[in-house]
Design a binder for this molecule. Structure first.
Ligand code: TEU
Ligand code: CA
Length: 559
């Protein structure tokens, strides 16, 4: 097998709890996923990324792992998982798991032992610090989901660090026994047959051992970045992980790297350094952040988006990009970056086109291929995510109006991505026979898989075509990226060029018709239209073309 197989792959992310329920308990499960493999094979994807399915009390929906070796029984058994691997592999689909090793659940036996005493094998598995002389926490770091990042434990008369919920204590990567235990666990899953890992907040594992206070100017919930993102030993640890585990398996590795710029990303992904294949950066996710971070109603600017994505395309020349619009932590792409009303279908296809023709490995989050939009829940009580629930408290404490709170929760809650997958237009959406763990989107009667498969102009078939194009034209994998008309106010266009081919991608972010000037050098060559998101489209690339609302065009040339 070509060791760079992941460069040619398209990844589909499954949120297991919400994909397909096979036994009527309202929770998606492994048997459910198995039953939908043919759907994914038809779409054409190469890899499935599964969010965590390990044993967990689900305080943070599985990102709080109590036992790395056990499958959470709500999803099924280890045999079900092996069956899933086998069936997927038979269809040519690989499977990567989530690796959550910055922290565990407080229910993990390592932590249960660690918190008992300052002595013993597990005493230093987590990050314990003495209180300050006045009893206060060791420093001023806040945690992602609100409150201090430190929690006091009387048995040890010490605080432990948790960058996320207090039920998610951070592991102490300085301890070689911790690292050995993690590598052993990773080898275990590779031996079972998985094809790689998505590594949760991997940029946070190495802490500055001085544990410096953060400047008060930083937002409280993320001020821990000062001493924890891209920390002093992170590259050493990942290179060690590579030598101990990864290099022995032809795997796909993608690190989730909060607070990481393109220069740092190159260190993680340059193949010579032998760390990871690629990382998820957040630069395009931050374009609409405000005073309360993600929970803002600011709208992104296309020019900023173009600048950020282009920078990553160019800077990661030696490394490799992961390309994504959405995931289980983000709102729906068409609401955030497109128009989820009149031009929902057109803009969803445009976004897919823009991203899938770039250099890197594209990730599709479940439902994105249907053009799913944010969920118009009626009341705030329908939201279940720990981040949303805590943020509502924070916003109320800051005296924000209920109207504002509703608006930003609607725009940014992670639950927008987590509602059950709509397989058909019936009351329970073909997802379950029981009561779903999280309410359905009221959109289900209109936006669902049966509808998508029956409509030859659906977003689904557009994604299917985009995936097929990657298989056919090598320039999509290896071509150099260059921005066209960098000052255009509403059109994002670029070319991809290799020795034999050129690709021209033109995408409109406007709700109106706009003129686009095609550079003369491109007009001279004979070009073929590969794909458009309208049923009728210009036959040839002329020096001036009129782009319709959210129109997206892909041309191909053999100069
Ligand atoms: O998310 C990490 C991350 O960067 C979060 O801070 C993200 O920005 C957050 O969801 C805010 O919207 C990963 C997982 O993807 C997420 O689901 C987990 O909650 C988190 O790590 C802790 O494991
Ligand atoms: Ca179930």
């Amino acid at each position: 097998m070509n060791k760079d197989w992941w460069k040619k792959s398209v990844v589909y992310q499954i949120y297991p709890q919400s994909f397909k329920d096979s036994n009527g308990d309202g929770i998606g499960d492994l048997k459910g996923i198995i039953s939908k493999l043919p759907y994914l094979a038809d779409l054409g994807i190469d890899v499935i990324w599964l969010n965590p399915i390990y044993l967990s009390p689900l305080i943070d929906n599985g990102y709080d792992i109590a036992d790395y070796y056990q499958i959470n029984p709500i999803y099924g058994t280890l045999d079900d998982f092996k069956e899933l691997l086998k069936k997927a592999h038979q269809l040519g689909i690989k499977i990567i798991m989530d690796l959550v090793v910055n922290h565990t659940s407080d229910q993990h036996s390592w932590f249960q032992n660690s918190k008992k005493s300052r002595l013993g094998k597990y005493a230093d598995f987590y990050i314990w610090k003495d209180p300050q002389s006045n009893g206060a926490p060791p420093n001023n770091w806040g945690s992602t989901f609100g409150g201090s990042a430190w929690e006091y434990v009387p048995e040890r008369n010490q605080y432990y660090l948790h960058l996320f919920a207090k039920q998610q204590p951070d592991l102490n990567w300085e301890n070689p026994e911790v690292r050995a235990a993690i590598y052993k666990m990773m080898r275990h899953w590779f031996k079972i047959g998985i094809d790689g890992f998505r590594m949760d907040v991997i940029s946070l594992i190495s802490k500055n051992q001085q544990y410096p206070d953060a400047p008060s100017t930083l937002p409280y919930t993320k001020n821990y970045y000062v001493g924890s993102s891209n920390g002093p030993r992170v590259h050493e640890f990942l290179h060690e992980m590579n030598q101990e585990v990864l290099k022995h398996y032809p795997s796909l590795t993608v690190g989730e790297t909060a607070n990481t710029n393109s220069e740092q990303a190159l260190l993680y992904t340059d193949p010579k350094r032998q760390e990871l294949n690629m990382v998820f950066h957040f630069d395009h996710m931050h374009l609409d952040y405000g005073h309360f971070g993600k929970f803002s109603d600011i709208r992104f600017k296309m020019s900023d988006l173009r600048q950020v994505l282009s920078e990553w395309q160019l800077k990661l020349e030696k490394g490799w990009n992961s390309l994504y619009w959405s995931n289980h932590d983000q709102p729906r792409a068409v609401t955030r970056f497109g128009d989820d009303q009149k031009y929902r279908v057109e803009s969803a296809k445009m976004l897919g086109t823009l991203l899938h023709m770039m250099k890197g490995t594209p990730y599709i989050f479940q439902g994105e291929e249907l053009g799913m939009r944010n969920v118009p829940f009626k009341t705030l009580s329908q939201y279940q995510d720990i981040e949303t629930i805590n943020m509502i408290k924070t916003l109320r404490a800051a005296k924000m109006s209920e109207t504002y709170i509703k608006r930003v929760v609607f725009l940014k809650s992670r639950d927008n991505a987590r509602t059950p997958m709509p397989w058909d237009d019936t009351a329970k959406a073909g997802f379950t026979k029981g009561t779903p763990w999280l309410d359905f989107s009221p959109d289900n009667s209109v936006i669902n898989v049966v509808q998508a498969l029956a409509d030859k102009n659906s977003v689904y078939y557009h994604y299917q075509k985009l995936i097929a194009l990657r298989k056919k034209y090598p320039v999509i994998i290896d071509g150099n990226y260059a921005l066209l008309n960098p000052n255009d106010s509403s059109i994002y266009s670029y070319t991809r060029t290799n020795k034999n081919e050129k690709l021209i991608v033109i995408c409109s972010f406007s709700r109106f018709n706009v003129n686009f000037n095609v550079p003369t050098t491109l007009v001279k060559e004979k070009s073929q239209l590969l794909l458009s998101n309208y049923t009728d489209s210009p036959e040839e690339l002329n020096s001036k073309i009129v782009m319709r609302p959210y129109e997206a065009l892909i041309y191909h040339q053999n100069p």
